[in-house]
Design a protein around this ligand. Structure first.
Ligand SMILES: Cc1cc2nc3c(=O)[nH]c(=O)nc-3n(C[C@H](O)[C@H](O)[C@H](O)COP(=O)(O)OP(=O)(O)OC[C@H]3O[C@@H](n4cnc5c(N)ncnc54)[C@H](O)[C@@H]3O)c2cc1C
Length: 471
């Protein structure tokens, strides 16, 4: 175990997470008289809103995931540590993280927790084996492999029923991610892959967008929801609403209709984009502080985003619950900057009681449906179609981190939107199978450890090797 220095020191800020909240919080502390340690379980900052474009072959991983260490290279008061945070000790003010077998304890004077949220299967975690979520680069690459792999298998099959199953793509959840993904799978099959196979016609692929709610993009409401549904239908996406998924297996899913009847869709490739669950670190924080979490595991924070009873600990972004603020990048970015400001104020001798509550500035939200078509809502202003798409393009370019990412993304978009091509159509076997294989391995190691046949260290070493092998 390594313990970070406890010598006389400047104020120490630990930031957990390198996502929108963590990165913007760290950058806002650039001029602070403090040492900042960002701890994250990935080496990159991930622009999640464009993950679906990695999954559908438009963008490369590098376009949306710059290395955090390089982004922060010039910020001399910040260091980056790779590791999974396992424990936050509020009393002793330490964060314990692990990288394979190496355990690191990092003391803090102020803490910003921005560990985000994972996919929620609403208590049915067994669905994950057959319907991966869309939260990480691994998810997006696995999905790319599954989508393209389904077309390849269909080309090899002579059985019409099997072909139909292989060419049926089901996206569960008609929020922005589900809508964007369904739209892009449809465009991939109808434009990019058109004419590329000899036995199958990829344009005949069935793309189904399912939701238990009665509307597509319900948060946008009325006109924009209808507009999104119309555009998707024109693209050939089949929309099924008021449809609850009750079971998922390798070959399909079971759906319960509003009237209680059950039906089955045969489908090889399913994607889950239906719910979120905040990082389990939220529960730890609530338990230690006597605070509470909401149903999605988000920590209920004070109006200054601090943890009850801990004015030096801020919980931000997808992990925090305050005034029903949505899980959006802007909420996390503004939360990170706000927390940094409060830390700087306390370094200037200001008391927490002087803090002005966090106020979210709503810059609007948007979703693309297909090339040249998006819906956007900014305050009362509702935009759709081509103008919405141009706004979407400009805003996404603006918030991508780094000039290189912007330039290469713009080039990839030109190739895809003005032509038919997609530059990122490669996928590997490991991308498709590693997640479940690693899950199996971890399960076996756990059983072996519990029965005493393998030492804990050996089990973790094996899992570590497997993890390395999976890239
Ligand atoms: C597919 C998708 C599409 C989206 N589209 C949009 C959109 O169009 N517009 C929009 O505004 N928002 C969108 N969002 C939501 C937006 O991305 C989130 O609201 C935002 O990322 C939240 O920021 P965050 O900092 O709270 O968490 P994240 O950005 O998720 O960052 C969490 C960080 O914590 C790290 N981490 C987690 N657990 C640990 C641990 N135990 N130890 C160490 N590190 C840990 C992660 O590796 C990551 O670096 C989308 C999200 C997804 C998944």
């Amino acid at each position: 175990m390594s313990i970070q220095s406890v010598e006389p020191h400047r104020h120490r800020v630990v930031v957990i997470g390198s996502g929108f909240g963590g990165l913007f919080g760290t950058q806002a502390l650039k001029k602070a008289d403090a040492d900042i340690t960002m701890i994250a379980r990935t080496t990159h900052h991930l622009f999640q809103p464009l993950l679906y474009q990695v999954a559908t072959g438009i963008l490369s991983v590098g376009d949306i995931a710059p290395a955090t260490r390089l982004v922060l290279r010039k910020q001399k008061n910040a260091q980056v540590l790779l590791g999974e945070v396992e424990t936050i000790d509020l009393e002793n003010q330490t964060v314990t993280s692990r990288l394979l077998e190496r355990v690191t304890v990092t003391p803090f004077d102020s803490l910003i927790v921005a560990a985000g949220a994972g996919q929620s299967y609403f208590g049915n975690d067994q669905f994950a084996e057959f319907a991966p979520g869309m939260k990480t680069i691994d998810d997006a690459l696995e999905l790319r492999g599954r989508i393209l792999g389904a077309f390849e298998q269909a080309e090899l099959s002579d059985d019409p029923a099997e072909r139909a199953r292989l060419l049926t793509f089901v996206v569960v959840g008609a929020g922005p991610t589900g809508v964007e993904l369904a739209g892009q799978i449809a465009e991939l099959s109808r434009r990019t892959l058109d004419g590329a196979f000899r036995k199958i016609d990829p344009r005949e692929a069935r793309v189904v967008l399912l939701d238990g709610a009665p509307a597509v993009l319900p948060v946008y409401g009325g006109k924009l929801s209808r507009k999104a549904a119309e555009t998707l239908e024109k693209l050939g996406v089949e929309i099924q609403l008021d449809a609850m998924v009750t079971d998922v297996d390798n070959d399909g899913l079971i759906i319960r209709e509003k009237d209680g009847t059950l039906r089955r869709i045969e489908s090889q490739c399913k994607v889950w984009s239906a719910g979120v669950q905040a990082s389990p670190l939220g529960k730890q924080l609530a338990e230690q502080s006597g605070g509470e979490t909401d149903r999605a595991g988000r920590v209920m924070v004070n109006p200054d985003l601090s943890l009850p009873g801990h004015p030096n600990v801020f919980v931000i972004g997808d992990m925090m619950s305050l005034d029903k603020l949505p899980g959006l990048a802007q909420v996390a970015m503004q939360g990170g900057k706000y927390a940094a400001k409060q830390i700087k104020a306390s370094l200037d001798g200001k008391s927490p009681s002087e803090r002005v509550p966090f106020k979210y500035f709503d810059k609007g939200s948007m979703a693309t449906i297909s090339r040249f078509s998006a819906v956007a809502k900014v305050g009362k202003l509702e935009i759709s179609g081509f103008i919405g798409w141009v706004a979407w393009l400009a805003i996404h370019l603006l918030y991508l981190v780094g000039f290189r990412s912007r330039a290469s993304t713009l080039l990839s978009w030109a190739v895809t939107f003005f032509g038919r091509g997609r530059a990122q159509m490669a996928s590997t076997e490991q991308q498709v199978f590693a997640r479940n294989a690693m899950g199996e391995l971890e399960k076996k190691n756990k059983e072996a450890t519990e029965s005493g046949s393998t030492s804990n260290g050996e089990a973790k070493k094996a899992a570590g090797k497997q993890q390395k092998a999976a890239g």
